[in-house]
Design a protein around this ligand. Sequence first.
Ligand SMILES: [Zn+2]
Ligand SMILES: [Zn+2]
Length: 363
Amino acid sequence: MKIRAAVAREREPFSIEECELDGPRAGEVLVEVEACGICHTDLSARDRYYGTPLPAVLGHEGVGRIVELGAGVSKFAVGERVVMSFGACGQCPNCTAELPGYCRHAREFNLFARRLDGSSPISRGGQPITGHFFAQSAFASHAVAATTNLVRLDDDLPGALMTSLACGVQTGMGAVMNVLQAGPRDVIGIFGCGTVGLAAVMAAKIAGCSQIVAVDVRPDRLVTARALGATEVVDSASEGLGPALRHLRGLTLAFDNTGNPEVIEAAYSLLRPRGRLALAGLSPRGAKLSLDLNAMMVSGRSVRGTVEGDADPRSFIPQMIAWYRRGELPLEELVTTYPFEQINQAAADMLAGRVIKPVLRMA
Ligand SMILES: [Zn+2]
Ligand SMILES: [Zn+2]
């Protein structure tokens, strides 16, 4: 069928083009896309950071309605509304352990943006276009999505706000809930207050952390962080982290989503004995940490990475929806919507920090 899709080409703005989309294969569905968030991963892929082959249709926070089922799909029906989360095979050891972020085939689906047989459902004028990004490629009027991490969405939920549950908000909340397992005794530091960091602040509030310290270089983000539950904010552009946080006597937990090695080392240095630091930011290629190993050993501190907050979207997205319904997840504080045609403006606004989470509306 003919679709409208935002095509990414090297060193060019996205261009909205008419493309050809094949029907869904076994285990896939055709989704009429209603809205899709823009995540930094989309722009990193456009800029060839991951080796995603261009031209490509990106977009991995799609919400829409199923209009056709592929062979063998029995858990979903035509007409159902869904959130499309990241790609995973559903069968490898980490997938069966409900840790699909670490799927054996994650790079194929999510970065190389292809099915396991290498194919793409999207083409233009007979030329293939990379079109299985995070098993969806949802910067388009329609997407062929894998059903592995598809999650049903009730009709009354606002689609534009639900998009970021697919990746950005899931990553921040999952890091706090699943990876760090924050609780009422914790003093948590959150480094970087974009969508992921602000979602982490919301999660820390839900978890009842005794102190929630938000760190960023933008005063406006710190205002938002405070409104969402941060008990302390630090403008690291103007204040030293150590002096600003001395009265806390260290952090029990820390979450970095800046990917900046200097920030990560500073966050680590603020951990109390047995403190834990989780990393979810994209670092410069080849970046390394320099940590004093003996001090790490005797203090029992630890550092670990996480993808998608270790979440299984099939259980974690419904959990986040429940928090949203209880008023504990004010996603409207993060989201700014744009018509699909304004994708380049939306991306520019995100990169400049003028908006937190831009969401494109296709319908
Ligand atoms: Zn897998
Ligand atoms: Zn993402």
